[in-house]
Design a protein around this ligand. Structure first.
Ligand code: SF4
Ligand code: SF4
Length: 459
């Protein structure tokens, strides 16, 4: 196995990337002017457009049991009643009650109209204090899909011109040219060439047809090169017919995270059309939690027809290959136990649990499960774009503490994750808390356990 990024290089890249992310607030252009009446109208229109019968019913059936509060890392970490999950739906409920409910004639007398100040206050609740992780949905006895309705709140705030600055910066960037953090096609090619030199083989880019399309992200191009490098090394080792594309390499989708549905669909359409163009049977999205739902559940809708490919994450694709014998890893003697973090969108939403565990077992690790692993795993605290929102820092730290306490309790001496946002939040959380748990990419772990070539074995 070749080291595609050294620890020192990773440390330097992390510092640079963290500085870049922290400077977004200074770089962002002022939000376009909009008067308050228009903000309110746009938000209401968006709520009313998205409020179907299912959501309307769910807004009426809360029994105020409080179970969702005990499921949310932000409530647990702060004990602030403002962060009780169902309360994040209060504003939307007022719109529903006044405009759609059977008793709307009564609610118009008793329930206040929403205001632009209400919308501004809602920002912190549905961006900073919710990662749309879906853990609260699982425990709700009334079956209320809080995370999905939080997303509709994000759409309403986006329409009202009230995204957090950081997400607006990212969304504007992707609307302009599809890239994030300036990771344009030139930087993508530079990174591929750098990986080729380090790995010692040619990496297939821009093939006209391939069975597998491998997607990366600006986060990996700048920072987590070991994740993309690990996936490339493993696909090459397996002899898979794959390619990366210089016109469709970005898996991140800040339209989805910000609530900008137009940008979300456009980014998904671009990747989908590229995969269809090359005849891909599988698209492997990078270790990036939200890339997975953006493409897995958005691809067909983006082109208005069923798509001829599966969408898998790195952990899912290689985990299945291990489980069905297409990929053999070389177990090593690991003295120290390891923990695994199940990213919310890949795990709870996508059901990818057995695959990463099969990989770690094949590598010879002693996996110590955290109390809340698999379906009920706690979010790292930094998902759904809030790892970039500066003012959300205390909430991110609270969420981090909840999960890191569980990880430390297992006695594990390192942590494996397969999501760049989780990895970023754990890395920042560690620095701020003075913790020392090493955090590794699952893709890099896989590459480190590929059987040695005869040349490597002889060395
Ligand atoms: S979706 Fe997750 S972060 Fe959001 S309210 Fe529910 S448990 Fe909390
Ligand atoms: S768990 Fe469900 S029913 Fe209970 S308070 Fe939360 S939203 Fe309401």
């Amino acid at each position: 196995m070749t080291e595609v990024v050294t620890k020192d290089e990773l440390g330097e890249a992390f510092a640079m990337f963290y500085g870049m992310a922290a400077a977004i607030g200074d770089m962002v252009e002022p939000a376009p002017e909009m008067d308050d009446a228009e903000r309110v109208q746009r938000a209401k229109d968006t709520f009313l457009h998205g409020l179907d019968g299912t959501f309307a019913l769910q807004l009426d059936v809360c029994v105020h049991c409080g179970a969702c509060a005990e499921a949310c890392q932000f409530y647990i970490g702060t004990e602030d009643p403002a962060y009780v999950p169902v309360r994040k739906l209060d504003l939307m409920k007022r719109v529903y009650q006044r405009e759609l409910s059977p008793l709307r004639w009564l609610h118009r007398l008793t329930t206040p109209e929403i205001t632009a100040d209400d919308l501004r206050a809602q920002q912190t609740l549905v961006y900073d204090a919710c990662t749309m992780c879906g853990r609260c949905n699982l425990v709700c006895p009334s079956g209320i899909n809080i995370s999905e309705m939080v997303h509709l709140n994000r759409e309403a705030l986006a329409a009202a011109g009230l995204m957090p600055d950081e997400l607006r910066f990212m969304d504007d960037g992707q609307a302009a040219d599809g890239t994030i953090f300036g990771a344009d096609a030139d930087l993508f090619r530079f990174r591929i060439e750098d990986l080729e030199q380090r790995l010692g083989f040619a990496i297939p880019v821009d093939k006209e047809s391939a069975d597998v399309l491998l997607v990366t992200s600006g986060l990996d191009i700048h920072l987590f090169r070991d994740a993309t490098g690990g996936a490339i090394e493993t696909l090459t080792h397996m002899g898979i017919d794959y390619t990366l594309l210089s016109d469709a390499y970005e898996g991140a989708n800040f339209g989805l995270l910000s609530g900008d549905v137009k940008v979300q669909k456009e980014l998904t359409r671009k990747l989908t059309e590229a995969a269809i163009r090359i005849g891909a049977k599988v698209v492997i999205v990078p270790e990036c939690g939200h890339s997975f739902p953006a493409l897995r559940w958005g691809a067909a809708e983006s082109v208005g027809k069923p798509v001829p490919f599966d969408v898998m994450t790195v952990s899912e694709y290689f985990g299945r290959a291990v489980m069905d014998g297409r990929l053999t890893l070389e177990p090593q003697k690991h003295e120290k136990p390891i923990a695994l973090h199940d990213p919310c969108k890949v795990g709870r939403w996508g059901g990818v649990f057995d695959e990463p565990r099969a990989i770690l077992k094949a590598c010879g690790y002693d996996l110590h499960e955290t109390d809340s692993s698999r379906t009920y795993n706690f979010c790292c605290g930094g998902g759904a774009g809030n790892f970039l929102i500066e003012r959300a820092d205390p909430l991110k730290r609270a969420g981090y503490r909840v999960k890191m306490n569980e990880i430390e309790k297992t006695g594990a001496e390192s942590l494996v994750v397969s999501c760049g946002s989780c990895r970023m939040n754990f890395e920042v959380g560690k620095v701020k808390a003075g913790d020392t748990m090493p955090v590794e990419s699952l893709a890099a772990v896989i590459a480190a356990h590929l059987p040695k070539t005869p040349k490597e074995a002889a060395e």
